[in-house]
Design a protein around this ligand. Structure first.
Ligand SMILES: Nc1nc2c(ncn2[C@@H]2O[C@H](COP(=O)(O)OP(=O)(O)O)[C@@H](O)[C@H]2O)c(=O)[nH]1
Ligand SMILES: Nc1ncnc2c1ncn2[C@@H]1O[C@H](COP(=O)(O)OP(=O)(O)O)[C@@H](O)[C@H]1O
Length: 220
């Protein structure tokens, strides 16, 4: 059997955004569990941890002074205020993952998606997840049992604003059935990985194929 071919490619910066409660964390976890070639960008945040969240795994939980220092030192690829707290993407981990040949998953809001796109342009793939209805969104926020009524009300109040940015994304999905939605997200990632401009190894591979034909007619 012929040796299998491995071609180098540019990593995908895969952004998942949604109004709070629509299911992006659930979908992210499925992606990370199923696919060893993509890893999560772990954001820093000044919001307090929720029960079950692990420092350094879900977020880096930091105080405002530390966050401000990180921002002033240029440690963030992007950062934004969300729900009265600061959230930012540390640059170093993203660079390390890309250097190691991984794709990177970002669970960030529309402001982050916009800033990342300004930094990394065509390497970024932006996916927005919508809830089937606003009633279902609120039901999910309550079912999660991680936030007080006050926090849930603030997240619902902000949801319409977040949704209004849907048209700044490359793909928009409705998370009705979570497995179906995850299947769509996985299909997007598979197709984006195959894009010609990401497959930088193709240039040499195609050239070698052509050169390997002794009397190739390469005139057009
Ligand atoms: N711009 C930006 N947004 C972030 C970052 N990390 C998380 N977010 C967004 O901040 C919002 C609040 O996140 P969180 O408090 O974990 O609640 P969630 O909406 O239930 O996931 C979500 O829209 C996240 O996508 C970040 O590093 N940068
Ligand atoms: N398609 C779905 N149908 C029903 N419940 C869902 C679905 N997707 C996610 N959930 C649930 O809704 C809640 C919010 O999901 P989560 O992934 O935390 O949202 P987000 O990260 O967007 O805030 C969680 O309890 C999760 O289990």
């Amino acid at each position: 059997m012929a040796e299998s071919v491995h071609l180098d490619r540019r990593g995908v910066l895969f952004v998942l955004s949604s109004p709070s409660g629509a299911g992006k964390t659930t979908i992210s976890r499925k992606m990370l569990a199923a696919d060893p070639d993509i890893a999560l960008s772990i954001s820093a945040t000044t919001r307090p941890p929720r029960p079950g969240e692990v420092d350094g795994k879900d977020y880096h939980f930091v105080d405002v002074a530390s966050f401000k220092k990180m921002a002033a030192d240029g440690e963030f690829l992007e950062w934004a205020h969300v729900f009265g707290h600061r959230y930012g993407t540390p640059r170093a981990r993203v660079e390390e993952l890309l250097d190691a040949g991984k794709d990177v998953l970002f669970d960030i809001d529309w402001q982050g998606a916009q800033q990342l796109y300004q930094e990394a342009g065509p390497d970024v793939v932006r996916v927005f997840v919508l809830p089937p209805t606003m009633e279902e969104l609120e039901r999910r926020l309550r079912a999660r049992k991680t936030d007080s009524d006050e926090v849930i009300a603030a997240r619902m109040a902000r949801a319409a604003n977040e949704i209004s940015h849907w048209d700044g994304y490359d793909y928009v999905l409705i998370n009705d059935d979570v497995d179906a939605c995850y299947g769509e997200v996985a299909a997007i990632l598979r197709a984006e990985r195959l894009k010609r401009r990401r497959q930088i190894g193709l240039i040499g591979f195609a050239r070698d194929l052509i050169r390997s034909v002794p009397d190739a007619d390469t005139t057009i």
